[in-house]
Design a protein around this ligand. Structure first.
Ligand code: CAA
Length: 240
């Protein structure tokens, strides 16, 4: 079985933690990134993990990037659709462009990432798909109509993929992180962030490594009968 893993948005934040956890678990990892060349180069220098630049919102670019990864490393057996952006605004102020950017990257980006690897997984009768959703796809969030729509959409994607992939030995699951100490959460206005942390019974933000460990479990052989599920890791902030 090939042990090649692709992590989108894999050079920073939660994605970087996932890439390094999968490397530690014995995978050869390709970390996709969209634009921050400096961060990607630093990540490769630090971890030895190869980075690949393409925009997940672009189907043709994703297909070409994935073909390059497979030419370099071999067939992808694990795909982690992690890349995501926020364009927060209350709905009455949200622009069509803010809506579209988030839908294109976070939701269509999952299609663009999984679709090119799916036929190979079916042919080889094995695959692991993990989509990084969010607590805010489960509960909604003031200022995130766009983002919450995509993260709720992720749950529909994995439940459907699970049913289509199961007889081919493919699992598709989601992880719903709560508020994790990343640049994305640090970008929230400080006062708002303080009130968010006050609402987390654990009394702290999560760590990227705590999400990475969920992913490492879901892609492992031990998780072969877990399919179409969601792991929530949010410090008891919300229960489905
Ligand atoms: N609930 C209820 N009311 C709220 C509110 C909330 N959560 N947040 C703001 N409001 C109210 C304000 O009190 C204010 O009311 P008044 O006009 O009566 O004073 C009104 O809404 C407008 O607020 P602002 O003036 O702050 O509006 P804004 O346009 O400047 O910004 C915002 C609003 C962009 C949504 C800002 O509040 C914000 O960034 N909120 C954080 C959203 C958030 O949690 N994002 C998560 C990012 S991390 C992530 O996405 C990762 C993940 O998966 C968890």
């Amino acid at each position: 079985m090939s042990k090649i893993a692709l992590v989108t948005g894999g050079s920073r934040g939660i994605g970087a933690a996932i890439s390094t956890a999968l490397k530690a678990a014995g995978y050869t990892v390709a970390a996709n990134y969209a634009g921050n060349d400096e961060a990607a180069a630093a990540f490769t220098a630090e971890t030895g993990i190869k980075t690949y630049k393409w925009n997940v919102a672009d189907y043709d670019a994703s297909k070409a990037g994935i073909a390059q990864v497979e030419a370099d490393l071999g067939p992808i057996s694990v795909v982690v659709a992690n890349a995501g952006i926020t364009r927060d605004a209350p709905f009455h102020k949200m622009t069509p462009d803010q809506w579209k950017q988030v839908i294109d990257t976070n939701l269509t980006g999952v299609f663009n990432t999984v679709h090119p690897v799916w036929p190979g997984m079916r042919d080889r009768k094995f695959g692991r798909v993990v989509v990084i959703s969010s607590i805010n796809g489960q509960k909604g969030q003031f200022g995130q109509v766009n983002y919450a729509a995509t993260k709720a959409g992720d749950l529909g994607i994995v439940k459907s993929l699970a049913q289509e992939g199961a007889r081919f030995g493919i699992t598709a699951n989601a992880v719903c992180p709560g508020y994790i100490a990343t640049e994305m959460v640090m970008a929230v206005p400080e006062k708002v962030r303080e009130s968010i942390i006050a609402g987390i019974p654990a009394g702290r933000l999560g760590e990227p490594a705590e999400i990475a460990r969920c992913v490492a479990f879901l892609v492992s052989d031990d998780a072969g009968f877990i399919n179409g599920s969601t792991i929530s890791a949010n410090g008891a902030q919300f229960f489905v």
